[in-house]
Design a protein around this ligand. Sequence first.
Ligand code: GLA
Length: 729
Amino acid sequence: MAIGFEKEKRTFTLQTTHSTYQMKVDDFGFLVHLYYGGRTAGNLDYLLTYYDRGFSGNPSEVKNDRTYSMDALPQEYPAMGMGDYRSSALIVHNVDGTDCCNLRYVSHEITKGKYGLEGLPSVYAKEEEADTLKILLEDGVSKVQVLLLYGVLEKADIITRSAKIINRGDHRIIVEKAGSACLDFVDGKYDVISFYGRHAMERNFQRTEITHGNYVIGSRRGTSSHQYNPGVVIAEKDATEDAGRCYGMLFVYSGNFMFEAENDQYGQTRALMGLHSDLFHYPLDKGQELVIPETILSYSGQGLGKLSQQYHKCIREHICRGRYRDQVRPILLNSWEAAYFDISGETIVNLAKEAAGLGIDMVVMDDGWFGKRNDDNSGLGDWQVNEEKLGYTLKELTEKVNSYGVKFGIWIEPEMVSEDSNLYRAHPDYAIQIPGRGPIRGRNQLVLDFSREEVRNHVFEQICAVLDQGNIEYIKWDMNRSLADFYSMKMTQGQGQVTYDYVLGVYEFLDKLIERYPDMLIEGCSGGGGRFDAGMLYYTPQIWCSDNTDAVDRVRIQYGTSFFYPASAVGAHVSAVPNHQTGRSVSLHTRGVVAMAGTFGYELDPGKLTKEEKEEIKGQISKYKEYAKLIQNGKYYRLSNPFCDSVGAWMFVSEDGEQALINVVMLEIHGNMTVNYVRMKGLFPDAVYEDEAAGRCYYGRALMEAGIPMPVEMGEYVSYQIVLRRKNK
Ligand code: GLA
């Protein structure tokens, strides 16, 4: 058992291979946090200190003991109203107008296996891989209960946290704020690493000191967003890529979230991850409960690189599911940047012919194939194949594509409706808008109210009717605007909250779709990487990383993405030059090297390429196929920080350390150029590795300690791929 309970001291200890997490129920029944960090032993309650702190309140039953204050003690699930003036994990609004929730320990349960969350994605594991701890807390007056859930995946060095808020009282309560994980550190100086961005420039790396005052990031957009990713690292000040203590907090959720970090008045640090408190007032009547999405915690004492690898493995093996989880994904040729809305059946057939000639596995018919859809102003919601525009039925088109030995996939955007559509004309109330106010449009489209079952069912039937027409083996599930009018008919009846119920509606739809089409590969997308989160990865094992296909920007976008998400999840394609988003021209070779850091594909019209370019693409494809397994399942190492270094460099090493693929893109070029050395990682120090192409052997130790010099060559954004194989055993 990775979870222990020491009865006399009422202490819970959660052990993973390299970390320990400890908490205890104290004399007053409060659940206080003791420790999270490198693996240790024994009871750590000596870490708690008690001093008379001015202006920090003392709970009623401690009487005149001024040294006991929730304002100074580290806690597992701090609730508002108990004299802790830091940010709370929970705010409950009671019928008497108060916001107090006084949570005390009631009972606990330790079981084998990992708990699941109804209606929400969460880490899964085999019975023998995980243990679960459930701790029940209650407010004795309001009878509000909180069930804290902890999942421990010992070997994977993963601890998950979630919570259920249950109303056992007689009166309605409103949950105003609910988190799933709080980390209180009594000591240490920390930085927070977060990933900010915008459409077509997601997940930029930012590292800042956690100072006095609250550091807050989050999303109020209804989705996890391009702007801030729901994954954050807390790193000790001196932690680097390869050394030092750091902690990850990854929210397994695709809607509004909030992360807060604060260095308090006593120099202690609190980090909180959970649902965003804005646009959130969740009513719970007697007997009702609310499940808070899970946060995946992980600790590394060996820097950020190790932490990322722990998350990669966890996502690959305990989040992603389905037939494609461990399979090499098909190489795609997508019609979007090849033809945009100007597609016909012939366009797709031509792409299929080209794909067959080049060795590409699948053609994807992107936007524009349904309803009246020649631009982005109409047609969403009308999931009927526009046979007139295509000149084919879907069955005919699929058969034609398959006849070249190429698989076929299509794009859909189920959550949306255009006002200029038959669906909207028939059911205007299906769209989210606030009665009496004009709707806020985004890309000239409205969002369907997926919190309502009848709306979901209507779309589901239409989409299934399309998917049943032919041999469709892939769908790209898109979502191209942020939510803005946070209203649902159910809210006027005092039920639920659209911000949360919408997301659960999307998950339910995806669950049904997967159940009906278990072999379908689904790629997530939201204007590229606007919903790139662990919640979506539970349903879609890969996500289109960004609408920005510029190879140089992608080096940075993929760098930021790599902190939590494995290469197997990152949709990355080679596109035409000048690039359609930036106007920049980069060699085909470099575009290939960068796209080979994810699930590989093409986003261009091969018919417009020269014979030489096609030959080069054939070479790229056979190279990708040769190393696809290594890329998808190997250990990923960041070798540079492309936000400040003059090269972008990363490598994949096979689990057994026998093989490695090193990728380097030169980001700067100057007159009389200086030499860049790239130091490798993850090799056996005493083994000899052969670079067959260069006809050279090196000791692993030399490659890791001294690195190798990259050639000085003329031209911008030159790139290199080095393959190493271990020679001696
Ligand atoms: C979004 C996607 C693109 C493409 C378009 C189609 O922007 O990210 O890849 O599918 O929608 O409208």
